[in-house]
Design a protein around this ligand. Structure first.
Ligand code: KMH
Ligand code: ZN
Length: 310
């Protein structure tokens, strides 16, 4: 594994400058990291854990999801991280529904469509791999198993490797979901083993504050960000009450933001979220105050190595 001047390991043991990265992607030797002047905001509007019956504002139908996507785009989101529900509002990985969802989001918005391959903790590996067949721009790819409240979110090494290889073949850009410090070691192992992802750029999301994962504190965020592969860009997600402190910490440390009702259903203590757009609006306002305003989907495509729309 090669290292940079600060001793941080380079992605996949190779300099991003010598990877197949498009000229617009981050990490060229000597260049400022992409996105330093602007902020990528990802919205995760639904997730697989929250019950529609207890949180009526949660978007679960295709119409609700597309409407949410539009308002979140207007508020500053560039990427949508998608979980879908069935006719009973229960989480599903039904391929037909996923394919229709990708198409509808593309027709209704210019957001980068990132499908979850994490699904729900009850989903099997085969169905999670098949998510790629729905033809998204991007997918989530969790780099290890983690306790997830009272459950276990299982991501064994052979599954990670298989999903990564298939995403590369399918031309889908992965976002590496890192719930714990050990997941960062696995990301290095993956890049060393199989090389750079499709798009030639490594983008990670630090998912913080899950009971069982890395705590959502500024100190942990700085430590995790420092351990990422050289040239990688990263977002941070603070689950539950860590949402706001993680946003401040991420903006201070040069990171990007993921917000949404997948991760938090309280806007403030005792005040439920009324919709995803207000979470995106708040993230965009903070990014503006940090002098790094929200980037557009096209700017995000250039940073992440996601192909443009025909
Ligand atoms: N629902 C969690 C078990 C992902 O989308 O890739 C997994 C999750 C991660 O949400
Ligand atoms: Zn998710």
């Amino acid at each position: 594994m090669t290292t940079d001047a600060a001793g941080r390991p380079a992605a996949g043991g190779q300099s991003p400058a010598t990877s197949s990265a498009p000229a617009s992607s981050a990490g060229s030797a000597g260049a400022a990291p992409a996105g330093r002047d602007s902020t990528l905001i990802t919205v995760a509007p639904t997730g697989a854990e929250t019950d529609k019956a207890s949180v009526p504002a949660l978007p679960v139908t295709l119409d609700e999801l597309v409407a949410t996507a539009k308002t979140c785009r207007a508020a500053g989101a560039a990427v949508i991280h998608v979980h879908i529900r069935d006719e009973n509002a229960r989480p599903t990985l039904d391929l037909g529904r996923l394919t229709d969802t990708v198409q509808a989001l593309r027709e209704g918005t210019d957001l980068i469509v990132q499908l979850s391959t994490g699904g729900a903790v009850t989903d099997g590996f085969g169905a999670r791999l098949a998510v790629l067949d729905a033809g998204p721009d991007a997918c989530s790819l969790t780099c290890g198993t983690v306790n997830f409240g009272d459950e276990v979110f299982a991501n064994p090494w052979p599954f990670i490797r298989e999903l990564y290889g298939r995403a590369k073949e399918a031309g889908v850009v992965p976002e590496f979901e890192l719930f714990d410090m050990g997941h960062i070691a696995t990301l290095h192992r993956l890049l060393d083993d199989l090389g750079m992802p499709y798009g030639g750029h490594v983008h990670c999301d630090l998912v913080m504050g899950v009971p069982g994962g890395i705590p959502g504190t500024a100190a942990q965020l700085v430590q995790a960000a420092a351990a990422l592969p050289r040239g990688a860009t990263w977002s941070a997600t603070g689950v539950g009450r860590t949402s706001v402190p993680v946003m401040f910490a991420a903006l201070s440390a040069g990171g990007h933001l993921r917000v949404g009702m997948e991760d938090t259903i309280s806007f403030a203590r005792g005040r439920p979220v009324t919709g995803n757009a207000e979470l995106v609006q708040r993230a965009a306002a903070l990014a503006g105050l940090a002098q790094r305003p929200a980037m557009t989907p096209d700017q995000a495509r250039a940073m992440l190595g996601v192909s443009g729309r025909e």
